[in-house]
Ligand binder design. Structure first.
Ligand code: DMJ
Length: 673
């Protein structure tokens, strides 16, 4: 407003604050004066010029602003203080909790994150850490990253490393998702029928023939059906009267215990598999899963439990692929190991599988040579499957030691060996029957199992067969049957155990594997003799022991039987050799001989209410004197070899892929990796 006009209009109205500028104060008139004194004087003059009301309003406004300033300063200070204190508390907590301690505590408070309130709920926070942005399974070092690491500026190197880590983590995840199957094939978990924890890692070397080579049971012929019928009849007796016990007593409809480990059931498992008896197999499997317990205070014979139980479980594992049987095999294998804790490392005959102690028989510190040298196939296979070499080491040591021992006669071994000295005892008696038989069998079979590389085994086998030829072979009269007798302190005895009838089969197996052709000739001659041990007897069943006539006498056959030897225990050896002979020659006469034997078992040993029985007198068809006992090897061996003998399928347990232990349990031949 222009002040000259207001003056001309009379005194100004007091209600208005008006500022009248004097001429010296006018800008541009008399120059610009901005000195402090001038400004102070000017302000004061202006303040004086204000009305009282105007001055009161201004003072009130200043006072109001001052009060507001004090109040807001106080509350903001509190807020700041609380923010600062919380941040420090958090730092302290993180540095004090084990596992969360920072190697290099941050100098500045860490930036607050949206979820960074774990200080308020430490338990929750520690138990369940916040998920990282990418969730993947894998080793924790690939997942857990220090929080500060991600906050560093990313260099090119960091980015490459991060990608590498992701690739690594992805690989780990894929590996974890894939499971190695028992057959050694990689399968996806959803294809797997078993939880991953029960999968068995297949050893890398040496690898075995894969079990998938085994075909589903092929259609069976009439003779095989007869074997299946015989098996079912035997099984019925066992199931009805002896379920879960060692042996059936079919006449008294009860059972006998030897080890109390369901011996017949275990011995028969792989026979049921081979015969295609799946229902029976499943039922027996359930018993193994639920009732077979080795943690028992019981003495078992090392050899018998190895060939029947360990061997049976291992072969059933191979045929069925069911890891239950391997787990059980490992259990019994471990429990048998105390037997090897002897001064000489030649094992004791008996082990208490519950207590972990072992001892020789009460009357001697000797072990039987066949027993300590016929557990090797099983323990070696157990090592291969478990990757634990202790089993193989223990039994290999026995073989190496026996290899070096003196006291042999052109490769033939005595029957006893001392567990203290490690030396043979009772020198001078040589047999291929009881107490020595499977020593010879296992020399060849270990050599085959191991891929024909262990030359000492082959050497000992070849030398022994030469020893048999030189010292033990003779011909009987009148039929001139070749037989294997015994040598006692230089005297030949024309005695032959039925047990020796494993030999034609073993010789044929050796010849099939490239050994001397004359071994096959000898096998052919010996299997004829073994057959005659049945054919020349009234019941058509062999006695336990025969004596051959060396001199022709009118009215006498080749075979003589002493009263103490005329029992038959349902043994397998002749049928076993018939099987090998048929496999390698295709000569049907071997099947026919086996068929005769089966019919005679049915005629003289079958118990109508279920089961078969050993008999006391093979010479009395009208009363063979049943003994009331069915040995486990009748189901484990005799009927199995019968079934295989009548089969024309060479892949039904292919002999280039499997080697039978001495209880007829097939184990894989190791193939080079
Ligand atoms: C079985 O236990 C085995 O075959 C062993 O080698 C000898 N004895 C019986 C069968 O006769």
């Amino acid at each position: 407003m222009y002040s000259g006009a207001a003056a001309a209009a009379g005194p100004p109205r007091r209600d208005f604050i008006s500022v009248t500028l004097g001429p010296e104060e006018a800008v541009g008139v008399g120059g610009y004066n901005n000195s402090k004194a001038w400004r102070r004087r000017s302000c004061w003059r202006k303040w004086k010029q204000l009305s009282r009301l105007q001055r009161s309003v201004i003072l009130f406004l200043f006072a109001f602003l001052a009060v507001c300033g004090v109040i807001s300063y106080t509350s903001m200070g509190e807020a700041w203080k609380s923010i600062t204190n919380k941040s420090l508390d958090e730092q302290r907590t993180e540095q004090e909790i084990p596992g969360l301690k920072l190697a290099n505590p941050a100098v500045l408070p860490a930036p607050q994150k949206a979820d960074a309130n774990h200080g308020d709920y430490p338990e929750l926070s520690l138990q369940k850490p916040p998920k990282p942005p990418h969730i993947r399974r894998g080793p924790s070092n690939l997942q857990i990253k220090a929080p500060w690491r991600d906050m560093r500026p990313k260099t090119r190197h960091d980015t490459i490393r991060a990608v590498e880590e992701l690739v690594e983590a992805d690989k780990v995840e894929k590996t974890e998702k894939s499971i190695i199957s028992w057959r050694g094939a990689v399968i996806e978990p959803d294809q797997s029928t078993e939880p991953p924890s029960s999968k068995i890692k297949e050893p890398e070397k040496p690898s075995s023939v894969e079990a998938e080579d085994q075909k589903e049971p092929v259609p069976v012929n009439e003779r095989q059906l007869a074997v299946i019928e015989a098996f079912r009849h035997a099984w019925k007796g066992y199931k009805d009267f002896a379920w879960g016990h060692d042996e059936l007593k079919p006449l008294s409809k009860s059972y006998s215990e030897w080890f109390g480990l369901g011996l017949t059931l275990i011995d028969a498992l792989d026979t049921m598999w081979i015969l295609g008896l799946k229902d029976e197999f499943e039922e027996a499997r359930k018993w193994v899963a639920n009732d077979l317990v080795f943690d028992k205070n019981v003495d078992v014979n090392l050899f018998e439990s190895t060939i029947r139980i360990l061997g049976g479980l291992l072969s059933t594992y191979h045929l069925s692929g069911d890891s239950l049987f391997l787990e059980k095999a490992k259990d019994i294998g471990n429990r048998l190991m105390p037997a090897f804790k002897t001064p000489s490392k030649i094992p004791y005959s008996d082990v208490n599988i519950g207590r972990g102690t072992a001892h020789p028989p009460r009357w001697t510190s000797d072990s039987t040579v066949a027993e300590v040298t016929s557990i090797q196939l099983e323990f070696r296979e157990l090592s291969r499957l478990t990757g634990d070499e202790k089993f193989q080491k223990a039994v290999d040591e026995v073989m190496k030691h026996v290899h070096t021992l003196s006291g042999k006669n052109d490769g033939l071994v005595p029957m006893f060996i001392n567990t203290n000295s490690g030396q043979f005892t009772h020198l001078g008696v040589y047999t291929l029957g009881a107490r020595a038989d499977s020593y010879y069998e296992y020399l060849l079979k270990q050599w085959i199992q191991g891929g024909k590389k262990e030359n000492e085994l082959l050497e000992d086998y070849m030398r022994a067969i030469e020893g048999v030829k030189k010292h033990l072979l003779q011909r009987s009269e009148p039929k001139k049957l070749t037989f294997v007798g015994e040598l006692a302190h230089g005297h030949f005895s024309a005695k032959m155990d039925h047990l020796v009838c494993f030999l034609p089969g073993t010789l044929a197996l050796g010849a099939h594997n490239g050994l001397a052709a004359d071994h096959m000739k000898l096998a052919e001659a010996l299997i004829e003799t073994c057959y005659q041990m049945y054919a020349q007897v009234e019941t058509g069943l062999s006695p336990e022991i025969v004596h051959f006539n060396l001199h022709a006498q009118k009215g006498h056959k080749d075979v003589e039987i002493k009263p103490a030897d005329r029992h038959n225990l349902l043994r397998p050896e002749t049928v076993e050799s018939l099987f090998y002979m048929y496999r390698f020659t295709g000569d049907k006469k071997y099947q026919d001989w086996g068929w005769e034997i089966l019919q005679n078992f049915n005629r003289y040993t079958r118990v109508p209410t279920g089961g078969y029985t050993s008999i006391n007198n093979v010479q009395n068809p009208s009363n063979p004197e049943p003994r009331d006992k069915m040995e486990s090897f009748f189901l484990g061996e005799t009927l199995k070899y019968m079934f295989l003998l009548f089969s024309d399928d060479i892949d039904l347990i292919n002999l280039d892929k499997y080697v039978f232990n001495t209880e007829a349990h097939p184990l894989p031949i190791w193939v080079p990796a």
